[in-house]
Design a protein around this ligand. Structure first.
Ligand code: SF4
Length: 343
C-alpha cells in the first residue's frame, strides 16, 4: 500500500525530494513524537506497480534499509521504554529481496527482533505495515506465532474480491491465493485480528464485481477494513483509464461495505465481553473521565479513569460492552494480571 504514514519517526520524504540520493533517506535523524509508540522505516519504494498507485514512480523501486540499523533502532527504542513499534514500508514482507542475498529476509528480521524481545525481558509489541498478500509466507506467520513481542495482528490488503478487478489492478494474486493466506493466518495465529484495505468503484468495477468484494468481506470476517472510494492518482497507470463508476454509486458501495464491516466487527467484539485483555493506554478519550487504548490486536478499548499516569503503560481491562469498532471495559487493579491471549 502507499505508505502515506510518516508516523512519529522523522518525516518520510519521497525519494525525489532527496535529489535521488537514496542512501540519504535512512540518514534522516529519527524524531519520535510519542514516548511509547514509534514507527521505524525498514524499506522504501515498491516494485509491485499496482495500477491504481503512483508509489513506484514517486518513491522509486524497493530499497531495503540495513537490518543492522533497524535492529539497533528497535533495541534503542525498547531500552528507552517504547512499547509499540511499527515497522514501516510500502511492501514490508518483500524486505531484503532487492539486495540479491546481501541482506536477511523479512522472516529473519522478525526472528531477530523476536529473539531480542525475549532477551530484553521487556514487554512491547511490534507491528508491520503494509504487507503484500503475494509475499505473506507461512514462514513469516510461524515466526510471529513463536515470539511474544510480535503482535498478533495482521493487516492484509485485499483491495477487491474479484479476480478480474485484481488483474486490472495488477495485484498479482487471485482471491484463491488470498484465501489460502487467510487460512494460514487462522491456523497459525488463531487469536490474531485481521485488517484489510479495500477500494470500491475502481475503473470499470461492475455491480457483480462489487458483490464479489462484499462476499469476500463476509468470508474473511475482518476486525477492521479501511475502505476507500476510488479516485485516480496522478502518475498511476489507472489515471489514464475512465473513472466510470459514478460518485453516488461509489458512495453507495462504500456505505454497504462499511455496514458489512460493522456487522463482522461487532460479532468479534461481542465474544470479548466478560474477558480480560491487556491494553496499551494511548491517551484521554473524548468521553469525559475516560482513557482510551488499544489491545495487541489494535482493537480500541475505552474505560473510566482520569489517571493520566497510565498513558503509555500496559493495563488490564475487563470488557463489559462493545460497539461495532470499539470496546468498553473497567480497569482491573494491578495484580489481576492474567489477561487472555492476544486480541
Ligand atoms: S504494493 Fe501496490 S499499492 Fe502498495 S505501494 Fe506498491 S504499487 Fe502501491
Amino acid at each position: 500500500m502507499p505508505a502515506a504514514k510518516g508516523g512519529s519517526r522523522g518525516q518520510i520524504v519521497p525519494i525525489g525530494n532527496l535529489g535521488d540520493r537514496k542512501s540519504d533517506y535512512w540518514k534522516i535523524a529519527p524524531h519520535y513524537s510519542s514516548g511509547f509508540e514509534a514507527f521505524v522505516p525498514i524499506q522504501n519504494g515498491c516494485d509491485k506497480f499496482c495500477t491504481f498507485c503512483a508509489v513506484p514512480y514517486t518513491r522509486g523501486r524497493e530499497v531495503s534499509r540495513s537490518s543492522a540499523e533497524i535492529l539497533a533502532e528497535v533495541e534503542q527504542l525498547v531500552d528507552a521504554g517504547y512499547r509499540s513499534i511499527t515497522l514501516l514500508g510500502q511492501n514490508v514482507n518483500s524486505y531484503g529481496l532487492d539486495r540479491n542475498g546481501g541482506e536477511i529476509s523479512f522472516a529473519e528480521l522478525l526472528t531477530r527482533i523476536g529473539e531480542f524481545g525475549e532477551r530484553s525481558g521487556r514487554r512491547f509489541w511490534v507491528y508491520f505495515t503494509s504487507p503484500h498478500p503475494r509475499d505473506m509466507t507461512e514462514e513469516v506467520l510461524e515466526v510471529i506465532a513463536r515470539h511474544d513481542c510480535l503482535a498478533k495482528q495482521i493487516h492484509l490488503p485485499i483491495q477487491s474480491g474479484d479476480d478480474k478487478v485484481l488483474i486490472k489492478m495488477n495485484r498479482n494474486y487471485r482471491v484463491d491465493h488470498y484465501r489460502k493466506v487467510v487460512a494460514n493466518i487462522r491456523r497459525l495465529l488463531p487469536n490474531a485480528t485481521l485488517f484489510t484495505d479495500i477500494i470500491v468503484g475502481f475503473s470499470g468495477e461492475t455491480e457483480e464485481q462489487f458483490e464479489a468484494t462484499r462476499a469476500a468481506m463476509r468470508e474473511f470476517r475482518y476486525n477492521m477494513a479501511y475502505i476507500a472510494t476510488y479516485s485516480p492518482r496522478p502518475g498511476a497507470a489507472s489515471s489514464r483509464w475512465d473513472d466510470d463508476v459514478a460518485h453516488e454509486e461509489k458512495k453507495r458501495r462504500y456505505h454497504e461495505l462499511s455496514a458489512e464491516l460493522q456487522t463482522t466487527s461487532i460479532e468479534h467484539n461481542r465474544k470479548l465481553i466478560g474477558r480480560r485483555v491487556t491494553v496499551l493506554v494511548q491517551g484521554r478519550d473524548r468521553k469525559e473521565g475516560h482513557l482510551t487504548g488499544k489491545t495487541e490486536g489494535l482493537l480500541i478499548v475505552r474505560f473510566p479513569s482520569t489517571d493520566g499516569s497510565l498513558i503509555g503503560r500496559f493495563v488490564e481491562v475487563e470488557i463489559t460492552s462493545c460497539a461495532p469498532l470499539s470496546l468498553s471495559g473497567r480497569l482491573l487493579p494491578v495484580g489481576q494480571r492474567q489477561a487472555v491471549g492476544a486480541l
